[in-house]
Structure formats: structure tokens, C-alpha cells
Design a protein around this ligand. Structure first.
Ligand SMILES: [Zn+2]
Length: 274
């Protein structure tokens, strides 16, 4: 099944062997790596938007080693509880597809037949995503202009990605679910204590979004042991602190050979109202 729409005219795209084609003749190549490019040129903010190659690789290595496996399991459990036999699932800001692929394979193992797609701005990340789950449709696209028809998605995941709430509301079916993963207060506390003279807890908040009602907030947490400098650096590159840490904090982090750090995630589960 394909649920991508033409980003130029909004008509359904038909999947050919190496491209997507719309009825008006707009054509989008599917890269050899397995993802499509559905971001119109005018909406690119830079020549190569999204995570660069180094960041994509750092996250891929870190997640592949299972350090956030508990979040994966938590998400999978919630998806199992909230879905029928053939759910349509969309991952907005899927990155290198760790959670997308994990959910796909987990649900398939339980006898379900998920139909899944994921979008991200980083083609470097999508290369990995398409490798992890060739059965899932991946495309370069913006969360704020999803190439998806109204009210077609049963379950939408947003994991540490831009929150395009009006767009999510548009594509989720009435009664469908929205899973929003945010850092809980203690998330990466020990890392922040190295980087900053006065670290702060993450803010904990419940936000009532128009058109959605709260189902639950599920917390997933675990202390993890980072055994070497490379792993510490890979995690650091995945965080927003990578961009705003003073040089002194970065130098302190570079001197560490191991780090035990708390991870804590809140999965906010919403139901889209009619
Ligand atoms: Zn078109």
C-alpha cells in the first residue's frame, strides 16, 4: 500500500519500480537506497536539510547498540494495545528508522499486518531507515507538509521530532492515536551535569492540544552505562545540547572514559477527536 500524495498537486502517488508517479505526470525517483524524495525544492531551507551524515551515523550506532531499547519496547507495547489487525502507521521525523522498524517487526511478529510509512528531512538518516525495514515506505518530506491524505492514519508517532500538531490532526483518523515522545525531567541528568555548571531538569507538562484528548502518559526509564568515549560522544551528538554547550563543557565531556546516565521518556498518548 502507498499512502503518499504528490507534493505538487496533492493527488495520490502510484508506486512504480524506481519512482512514484501522480496522475498529472509528476514523477519522484526512489533512491537506490530505498527512499523517495517528496520535498519540493522551494521548501528546502538549505542545500541538505536535516541531520548531516555524521549525526545520522552517530545515532544509528548508538541506537543499534540497544541503549534505548526500553523506549522501543515501551512504544511497541503501546502500539500493540492500541491497534487492530491492519493498522496504518505513520512516523513523523523517523530519523534512521530505529523505532519505525522496531514497531513494524514487533507488530508483524504478533501476527498483525501494519502498513507503515516514515518521513524525515535527512536523506542520510533515511538511507539507514530503508535498510532497517524495506517493507516500510520512507520519504524525504517535512513534518509541516506531510504528503499524506486527510484522516488516513490509525497511529502516528512523533519521537523527539518537530511537533506539527495541526498537520498530525489532519492526517490521523477520528479515533486514531497520536504518540508523542518527550524527555522526562531526569532524562540525561548526569550528562547535563558534566556539560553545564547549573543543569536544569526538563520541564514536565501536560498540554491539551485542540482536537485531541489525553489517553495516558506512560513513563519509560532506565539507567544506562556508556562504556567508552565514542559511545558518550554518539549520545551527545543526538541531543540538542550538542549545539549549545559551551566549549568548557564539551572539553569536560571529552575527558570521560565512561558515564552512567539516567534515561527517562514520557510517551504522551492522545486520541484524535471527531
Ligand atoms: Zn502531481
Amino acid at each position: 500500500m502507498n499512502f503518499f500524495l504528490c507534493p505538487l498537486c496533492g493527488q495520490p502517488l502510484h508506486r512504480e519500480l524506481h519512482s512514484y508517479l501522480c496522475p498529472k505526470g509528476h514523477c519522484y525517483d526512489i533512491a537506490a537506497a530505498g527512499y523517495a524524495h517528496l520535498l519540493p525544492v522551494g521548501r528546502k531551507h538549505s542545500k541538505s536539510p536535516g541531520d548531516d551524515k555524521g549525526m545520522a551515523l552517530a545515532r544509528k550506532k548508538f541506537l543499534s547498540n540497544g541503549y534505548y531499547n526500553h523506549l522501543m519496547e515501551g512504544l511497541l507495547g503501546l502500539f500493540q494495545e492500541n491497534t487492530g489487525a491492519e493498522p496504518v502507521i505513520f512516523d513523523s521525523g523517523c530519523g534512521e528508522g530505529y523505532y519505525t522498524a522496531g514497531i513494524f517487526h514487533g507488530l508483524t511478529a504478533k501476527g498483525k499486518k501494519p502498513k507503515m510509512a516514515g518521513v524525515d528531512l535527512s536523506k542520510h538518516s533515511l538511507r539507514w531507515a530503508a535498510k532497517r525495514a524495506p517493507e516500510v515506505a520512507f520519504a524525504v518530506a517535512s513534518s509541516y507538509h506531510l504528503p499524506v491524505a486527510d484522516a488516513t492514519v490509525d497511529l502516528l508517532l512523533n519521537c523527539f521530532s518537530p511537533l506539527a500538531i495541526e498537520e498530525f490532526h489532519r492526517v490521523i483518523k477520528p479515533g486514531g492515536k497520536f504518540f508523542y515522545v518527550v524527555p522526562a525531567p531526569q532524562h540525561l541528568w548526569e550528562l547535563k551535569a558534566v556539560l553545564y555548571p547549573t543543569p536544569y531538569l526538563n520541564e514536565e507538562k501536560q498540554i491539551p492540544y485542540d482536537g485531541f484528548c489525553y489517553q495516558e502518559i506512560r513513563r519509560v526509564e532506565r539507567r544506562i552505562h556508556l562504556p567508552d568515549q565514542e559511545t558518550i560522544r554518539n549520545l551527545f551528538q543526538m541531543t540538542p545540547y550538542y549545539w549549545k554547550t559551551p566549549l568548557e563543557g564539551k572539553k569536560k565531556l571529552e575527558q570521560l572514559s565512561t558515564l552512567d546516565v539516567q534515561t527517562a521518556f514520557d510517551i504522551h498518548v492522545f486520541t484524535r477527536e471527531n
